[in-house]
Design a protein around this ligand. Structure first.
Ligand SMILES: NC(=O)c1ccc[n+]([C@@H]2O[C@H](COP(=O)([O-])OP(=O)(O)OC[C@H]3O[C@@H](n4cnc5c(N)ncnc54)[C@H](OP(=O)(O)O)[C@@H]3O)[C@@H](O)[C@H]2O)c1
Length: 253
């Protein structure tokens, strides 16, 4: 366990799901920079996850460890919490970031897609929260859910993903009631931050940016800084969801 002091989160442990790449990585890096120990969850990105853990441990020995888990496997979820506790002795913050995302036009939706999108975006956050609840109560901890502005209003051709994120939005409020007063539960609803991996129509990107008040996409660190706000600077905030979207929702989604 890390024993060095210094950062404002020194001594605390954070588990970030899907932390090897993209937004999850940015959140993990920023919270680690603030002194937290990091449980880096991944599924396929093992190399990136191990490299990130090594990078963090080079800064502060034994401050990070990577754990693999397919979050659709319900029976494995308590084990991820247990591994974090075994490695660091405590858990203060659970960041439900991992997600699957792809279109599911009506008429072509398969049961497998439904299972996958609901499984990663809604079911896993709930069952991880349940597995971590006892420890988070002890630590007066936080659950932070990565939602999406399309949890407020649906994204065209993505009904299952949108419904999963809307469910996660409600779960954020419901868990805040269920786990309070000891545990705070909040969410971040990113707008256009990082385009999905793979090809994406340039005109569509331009149209999305045009409908964003700040006329640009955000950066992963914009989301990471919002995460730090909830972890460190928001002790009287629970059950809330903060859009980090350059004004996309305010401008009329
Ligand atoms: N990017 C954006 O602009 C944006 C916009 C709105 C909302 N969001 C939300 O913000 C969060 C982060 O966004 P992102 O774009 O960085 O996410 P992402 O790249 O689409 O996915 C993050 C990670 O989720 C993990 N994952 C997927 N399926 C999994 C499974 N079955 N079990 C375990 N892990 C699984 C993957 O880990 P491995 O790589 O290790 O397999 C992946 O790297 C997500 O919740 C997303 O919905 C993002």
């Amino acid at each position: 366990m890390n024993t060095q002091s210094g950062g404002t989160l020194s001594g605390q442990t954070v588990l970030v799901t899907g932390a090897a790449r993209r937004l999850g990585r940015a959140i993990a890096e920023r919270l680690h920079q603030e002194g937290a120990n990091l449980a880096i969850h991944y599924r396929r990105s093992g190399q990136e996850a191990q490299a990130l853990a090594a990078q963090m441990n080079a800064v502060r020995p034994r401050s990070a460890e990577a754990f693999a888990c397919d979050l659709r496997e319900l029976a494995l979820l308590p084990g991820l919490i247990a591994q974090t506790l075994a490695a660091f002795g405590r858990l203060d913050v659970l960041v439900n970031n991992a997600s699957s995302f792809y279109p599911t036009p009506v008429g072509e939706i398969t049961p497998e897609q439904f299972e996958d999108l609901i499984g990663t975006n809604l079911r896993a956050p709930l069952f991880l929260a349940q597995a971590a609840a006892h420890e988070l109560r002890l630590r007066r901890g936080l659950i932070l859910n990565l939602i999406d502005i399309h949890g407020f209003k649906p994204l065209k051709r993505h009904p299952v993903y949108s419904a999963a994120k809307a469910g996660l939005l409600m779960l954020t409020q419901a868990l805040a009631r269920e786990l309070g007063p000891e545990v705070r539960v909040n969410g971040i609803a990113p707008g256009p931050i990082l385009w999905p991996d793979g090809p994406m129509d340039r005109d569509l990107k331009a149209r999305i940016v045009a409908r964003t008040i700040l006329k640009r996409v955000g950066s992963p660190d914009d989301v990471a800084r919002a995460a730090l706000f909830f972890v460190r600077d928001a002790p009287y905030v629970t059950g809330q969801v903060l859009p980090v979207d350059g004004g996309r929702t305010a401008g009329g989604l």
